[in-house]
Design a protein around this ligand. Structure first.
Ligand code: 5AD
Ligand code: SF4
Length: 483
């Protein structure tokens, strides 16, 4: 499933590669298509690939782009790492993400010994760190290609270079202001898709490595976004998730500046599109006009992810979040006044340097006052190069863990309580898949992001159906189709 259709057979591979993008990549893709065909004929089977995504929805979207390029040149996707081409799209937001990648690399090496033609590429956020690349170059010589977050569009060229040179290819860009449009992208689901609206982040929260590895904020042109969504809708998509590190500051860097609220109004007009989601929102940039647009929209889902990170004004200042506890709570009040039923979710970091019991109680207080439908809770992880990493008062692990458990219990109790509030009502669900534990059931997603499982046939997948939420099971529902 591509969002663009290029006929690679019509691309000339004679002569030098074009300088401009995306034509340059089309040229390498055409060359590789011939190579993949030849190689498959030699082997008597198709060449296979797998992309493994570590990390967030941005990475998942990037992996779909990588897969789109590989499918275009004739590779076939598989679900095992015993493949001809394995790509790890890495994350580095917390240390344990890095640890997982190193662990898995050992296993890949053993697979490569069995299949010497196997190619291994590493890309994504972790590769933007010099120490990581240095370590892989020295100790993981079996890796074939290393690239970063700014040049994933170059996959075809990098693969071509690898095949020509037989040496490890390393291509990491420190930053970019380039946005390359019109490259293929696979879609995991036919009926829903992520759409990048901006890249990078300018916020420099003091614990966060993202601005260093994903670069400065860049917004895509609204025309490109709208066109991509229209093409997706024509191809069966009914729900989109607009992606950006901080969607509320969308459009500031455009030649003709535009707000996120204005972009949403344009997207709302797209006929055939039924549901709009977006993430992530930074509280400091969430405008009253966005609240108004959400309130009046027929398509924007009844859900807002609004990371608070901490409830302590002192810690929020040290985190460089640019809002106070009171300002956050006031924002939540305004949102709830406009949309009393909205489902709110959040991210919380426990154990940030300098966190005292009093700071922690402020966080618990916010959790109790806001009553989140769910909260992603993280133990603070020290990221080298960020201001927080050199703050002196690092919190002891034991203390942080104990607070973490207390927070988790509070979050879960509230969450179970809130989910129950819709029990007995009829709601619209987008049917996503056959339930992976009981194949007589389908799994659908409600507007507020909660899942419901109900009996039904697979022909309903991708459709919006009305479901009675018969029984709340904590974080999900068992339901019945309403004919
Ligand atoms: N330690 C722990 N959690 C972090 N996050 C970002 N950086 C760190 C870190 N160094 C969390 C934030 C963010 C989410 C995506 O990851 O809560 O919102
Ligand atoms: Fe990281 Fe803050 Fe940017 Fe989110 S807004 S990506 S937490 S720096």
């Amino acid at each position: 499933m591509d969002t663009i259709s290029i006929d690679l057979n019509k691309i000339s591979t004679a002569g030098e590669a074009p300088v401009n993008e995306p034509e340059r990549q089309y040229y390498f893709m055409a060359k590789l298509k011939e190579w993949v065909k030849q190689k498959s004929e030699e082997l008597g089977r198709p060449l296979t690939f797998i992309t493994q995504t570590f990390g967030c929805q941005m990475n998942a979207k990037d992996s779909e782009k990588l897969a789109g390029i590989l499918e275009e040149i004739g590779y076939v996707e598989t679900d095992t790492e015993e493949a001809d081409f394995v790509i790890y799209n890495t994350c580095t937001v917390r240390e344990n993400a890095n640890t997982r990648v190193y662990g898995r690399l050992g296993f890949l090496n053993s697979l490569k010994k069995k299949n010497p033609d196997m190619l291994i590429a590493l890309c994504g956020c972790m590769m933007q760190e010099d120490v990581v690349v240095e370590k892989i170059r020295k100790s993981y010589r079996f890796v074939d290609i290393i690239f970063g977050t700014h040049n994933i569009f170059k996959l075809a060229e990098l693969l071509y270079n690898r095949l020509q040179s037989k040496r490890m290819i390393i291509d990491i860009w420190q930053g970019t202001d380039q946005i390359v449009e019109d490259l293929p992208s696979e879609r995991k689901y036919k009926f829903k898709a992520g759409v990048n609206i901006m890249y990078g982040c300018n916020n420099f929260c003091s614990y966060c490595i993202v601005p260093y590895v994903r670069g400065r904020e860049r917004s895509r042109n609204p025309e490109d976004i709208i066109k991509e969504i229209k093409d997706m809708v024509a191809d069966g998509v009914v729900e989109i998730m607009l992606l950006g590190q901080n969607v509320n500051s969308y459009g500031k860097t455009l030649d003709k500046p535009m707000t996120f609220a204005e972009l949403l109004l344009e997207i709302e007009k797209i006929e055939g599109l039924e549901r709009i989601r977006f993430m992530t929102s930074h509280p400091k940039d969430l405008s009253d006009s966005l609240i108004e647009v959400m309130k009046n929209s027929k398509k924007i889902c009844n859900h807002l992810h609004l990371p608070v990170q901490s409830g302590s004004t002192k810690l929020l200042k040290a985190m460089n979040r640019k809002y106070t506890k009171e300002q956050y709570l006031d924002l939540v009040d305004r949102i709830k006044t406009a949309m009393p039923n909205i489902s709110l979710t959040t991210d919380i970091i426990i154990g940030f340097p300098g966190e005292t019991e009093e700071d922690f109680l402020d966080t618990l207080d916010v959790v109790r006052k806001v009553r989140y439908d769910s909260a992603y809770t993280f133990l603070y992880s020290k990221r080298t190069g960020t201001p927080a990493a050199v703050m002196e008062t690092q919190v002891e692990e034991e203390v942080a863990k104990e607070r973490f458990n207390r927070l988790l219990k509070e979050v879960q109790d509230i969450s179970a309580d809130l989910t129950k509030r819709d029990e007995g009502t009829v709601q619209t669900a987008l049917v996503e898949e056959i339930n992976n534990q009981d194949s007589s059931l389908l799994t659908g997603r409600l507007s507020n992001n909660v899942l419901v499982h109900f009996p039904g046939c697979k022909e309903l997948i991708g459709k919006l159906v009305d479901v009675k939420l018969a029984e709340c099971k904590g974080f999900y529902y068992l339901g019945e189709l309403v004919e």
